[in-house]
Design a protein around this ligand. Sequence first.
Ligand code: SF4
Length: 286
Amino acid sequence: MTDFIDHQISECGLLEVPLFYKGVEMAETQIEWTDATWNPVAGCSLVSAGCKHCYAMQMARRLEAMGVEKYKGLTQKRGKNIKWNGTVREDQAALQVPYKWKKSRKIFVNSMSDLFHEGVSNDFIMSVWKVMRETPQHNYQILTKRPGRMRDIVSKQIPEVLPNVWLGTSVENADVIDRINDLRETPASIRFISFEPLIDSVGAVSLRDIHWAIVGGESGNKARPIKEEWIDEIHTQCDIYDTAFFFKQWGAWGKDNQKRSKKANGREYRGRTWDEMPIIITSAAI
Ligand code: SF4
């Protein structure tokens, strides 16, 4: 394998490709709302329309070809398409990584998988929680497309609400807005929703008890367009429910419905950038 793989943001928006330097997985990230990524799990399976262009599965294939053991055997090729094959790998060694980071970081957990995938054991999820409990210098951001399992495990098997753990779900269109109810029923210091890639209207969705909303369009060659009025709907609900609003990017399609580079489309919405973050709750306040 090469010593260095350039950083790339996923076409799914939130997924971040791991960096390697001399064979060691690195943590740096260019995701606007986090400081680092941590991947204790590798592998996944597609669960909804938002997964269609999951960049992680393409990257897992490339990493396998480069000889990275962690990503071996996680994908299959069907015609020209690469897809996850449903194999999920728990990486015990990765559990040690956050202990080595002394400086406080916001850490996005599992950019190359979904912690609440059915293939991840309850025991391993408990091990991840143990790491987060023992490293309070960091804030952890866990984002899942399987919030029903997250709710069940967190509410029944995890005795305390950790102030440094933010729990979130992805909502790409109105077909999956039930995920928000699952999230709302999950005990957490901060609950957040990633509306990215936003590929259709979600309607006047309730953001009651949701602390943070991230909105973004899809990037990549096959990106689906985002519409300004869909962003407006979410922004309005953020105002009503006092939810912090973060506009991450237009992606491949601009507000004028023209396709161009993600950089050219930028990240201004309604004349400005929106980088609001949730208020971090201290343990004393929970
Ligand atoms: S849940 Fe996330 S990692 Fe899994 S297939 Fe969907 S986008 Fe990819």
